[in-house]
Design a binder for this molecule. Sequence first.
Ligand SMILES: CC(C)(COP(=O)(O)OP(=O)(O)OC[C@H]1O[C@@H](n2cnc3c(N)ncnc32)[C@H](O)[C@@H]1OP(=O)(O)O)[C@@H](O)C(=O)NCCC(=O)NCCS
Length: 195
Amino acid sequence: MPRTTSDAVPHGRLRALEQPVLEAGACTLRPWRATDRAQVVAAFADPDIQRWHARSMTQDEATAWIAHWPGRWTEETGAGWALTLHDEPVGQISLRHLNHADGITDVSYWVVPAARGRGVASSALTALSGWAFGVLGVHRIFVDHSTRNPASCAVATRAGYQLEGTKREDALHADGWHDMHTHSRLATDGTARPH
Ligand SMILES: CC(C)(COP(=O)(O)OP(=O)(O)OC[C@H]1O[C@@H](n2cnc3c(N)ncnc32)[C@H](O)[C@@H]1OP(=O)(O)O)[C@@H](O)C(=O)NCCC(=O)NCCS
């Protein structure tokens, strides 16, 4: 059945771009490298990252996870960046699922304990949002987080993502179902408060 609307983000637009390096305050977003594997494994040894992302990570899984990002870019299904300080990975941010028809993506992020509390996540989310709205041309970006995770709520809020509501028992975590907040920014919203 043909759609009566054109894709908000046409197929081919992401693939035609080179993955950018984005500056976000003291932090730089850059594509992942195979040599980042040890930092990814170490990050997933953190109980908070394991808890909120409901994942563990072996060396081989980290290798595969890093290697899968270029394919996501060419397939135009998503995109991932390392958050780096002095070129060392201290976190990640990604566009998890790109919906071309409606111009929507969701975002995921984590930062290792040693780099927290310095504005890394919120600056990265602000910078990536600017690129996704301004260059990729998405219409809406959303962040879902557990209502028991106030740090993620503060990151989204700082980056200008409005709280839209609570989805009941929307995600299964190791300790059971969690209610999830949805925050969003639209291309037409104002810019975030600088950190
Ligand atoms: C959530 C997380 C990404 C925050 O990263 P960060 O780089 O420390 O965040 P920022 O320094 O940009 O802080 C942004 C805001 O969050 C607040 N914040 C940070 N950690 C917090 C905490 N534990 N509790 C409450 N607020 C917190 C900061 O005070 C800041 O608030 P402000 O805008 O009012 O100044 C990081 O703690 C993390 O990776 N946690 C584990 C994984 C996770 O929760 N991922 C998100 C899943 S949805």
